[in-house]
Design a protein around this ligand. Structure first.
Ligand code: AMP
Ligand code: MG
Length: 424
């Protein structure tokens, strides 16, 4: 069903005719389609544990040991047998056991061993009291407060059990996971090989930073944003340069990209302009699954495949290229990298402190700046929201995510925001 747009609204917003294209796909549907056509087919390799940061685990790790592998003290204090505590609550100090001391000495009833954090709990004792809770006089300690049995003892295997699962195949390795792998004594780990992603930008007007620029030309910022976003997710980047709007050269470059990579990304040339050839070429040599999304910015985004290599044709406008990358391409690449359970950052509620004009029919990702006061979030859109205004991305610390059916926002309405921190 076609929407009727009044002349008045058209004058205010010349882009509105195309905004409500009934053939445009919702972002949820697009995400589903993308996923449906992706197949993970990565090889694996071993890397040293110290080099495993930001890689994806390609094996499920089982621990061969208990962590900790001995009962040990959680505090600097005294270890003793609780039931041997006499009426007068005093104990004789038998010895001092430092962390790393493997002595097999047994502590007799009525005695205590001085222990440090990480010291092995000596035989004959079952409870530790920190120094602060006992009074010491020469070789005797007085226990002021009766602790619970087992207090301040870290038990054998309480972190990780021998033969227990430590990490699942498909886990993304953050600093904590890298440490965890080391904590079970593993120095080499099997990970998926890095995903190879080929990129080229298109446009007769697009020139490289460092060269001179003429009126009517634009520096290629997409190359740098896309490359940087790919770096952040640790893929192997294959740079195929800036390609003019010429069908033959584009086709040749796409063919080269397919041979070299596991996924292809381009920017520009996916809209309905006279020099927008990407869809036609892909249709000819591969397939196009969709190319129009009901989101702003990012309406013209193509998704398809050439042979078995997925293709993401991002819009030329720099903000639109970044938003579609984060919202659609990054999750897809994470999946192709072998990572399970990648999720975009959750939406948080924030009070909108300036009005936003919006009509139902398209989902919007406005660039926003949030602040936090007494645990409450407020947000306002950055001043200029055009899809070519890259400085709006730089000024933003969040995206304001407005649902397809959302209409204009009044001051003090709550909106959903997505923090940039989790995206980049
Ligand atoms: P297109 O999607 O090819 O119609 O391009 C849309 C807009 O984005 C045009 O104004 C282009 O000049 C601009 N643009 C395209 N590619 C780039 C790029 N690599 N870097 C910066 N701007 C670009
Ligand atoms: Mg173009």
């Amino acid at each position: 069903m076609k929407k009727i747009i009044s002349l008045e609204s058209l004058a205010k917003d010349p882009g509105c005719l195309s905004e409500y294209d009934p053939n445009a796909m919702t972002i949820d549907k697009a995400r589903k389609y993308i996923r449906q056509f992706l197949k993970v087919s990565l090889k694996t390799e071993y890397v040293k544990t110290e080099d495993a940061l930001d890689r994806i685990l390609a094996e499920t790790l089982i621990s061969k040991i208990n962590v900790p592998n001995y009962n040990n003290s959680a505090m600097d204090g005294f270890a003793f047998n609780l039931s041997s505590l006499k009426k007068d609550h005093n104990l004789k100090i038998a010895s001092t056991i430092l962390a790393g001391n493997l002595s097999k000495q047994k502590i007799k009833p009525g005695f205590a061993a001085q222990v440090m954090t990480g010291s092995k709990i000596p035989e004959g004792t079952d409870t530790v009291l920190p120094f602060e809770l006992v009074k010491q006089e020469n070789n005797t300690i007085f226990v002021n407060e009766i602790p619970k049995k087992g207090a301040n003892i870290r038990k054998l295997g309480e972190d990780i059990k021998k033969n227990g699962e430590v990490l699942k195949k498909g886990s993304f390795l953050r600093p904590a996971e890298v440490g965890l792998i080391a904590s079970i004594g593993i120095s080499k780990v099997k990970v998926f090989k890095k995903l190879r992603v080929a990129f080229f930008s298109t446009g007769d007007e697009v020139v490289k930073a460092g060269s001179s620029i003429k009126i009517g030309q634009v520096y290629d910022s997409n190359h740098f944003t896309i490359q940087s976003m790919l770096k952040r997710i640790n893929v192997q980047y294959i740079d195929l340069g800036i390609i003019p709007d010429e069908k033959k050269i584009i086709e040749k470059t796409l063919k080269a990209a397919e041979k070299l990579s596991d996924a292809i990304i381009t920017t520009g040339g996916v809209s309905v302009g006279k020099a927008d050839y990407m869809k036609d070429i892909l249709k000819k040599i591969g397939k196009v699954l969709f190319w129009k999304l009901s989101i702003k910015p990012g309406r013209p985004m193509a998704y398809g495949a050439f042979k078995n290599t997925p293709y993401f044709g991002l819009p030329g406008n720099p903000v639109a290229a970044m938003i579609t990358f984060y919202q659609l391409v990054q999750p897809a690449l994470k999946y192709l990298m072998g990572q399970d359970n990648y999720k975009l950052p959750i939406l948080l509620k924030a009070k909108c402190i300036s009005p936003i004009t919006k009509r139902a029919g398209r989902m919007e990702f406005q660039r926003g700046f949030y602040t936090s006061k007494n645990g409450e979030l407020s947000v306002k859109p950055t001043p200029y929201q055009g899809s070519a205004i890259l400085s709006s991305m730089s000024k933003a610390n969040c995206l304001i995510v407005l649902d397809i059916n959302q209409k204009s926002i009044k001051v003090d309405d709550f909106v959903n925001i997505q923090l940039m921190e989790g995206l980049v």
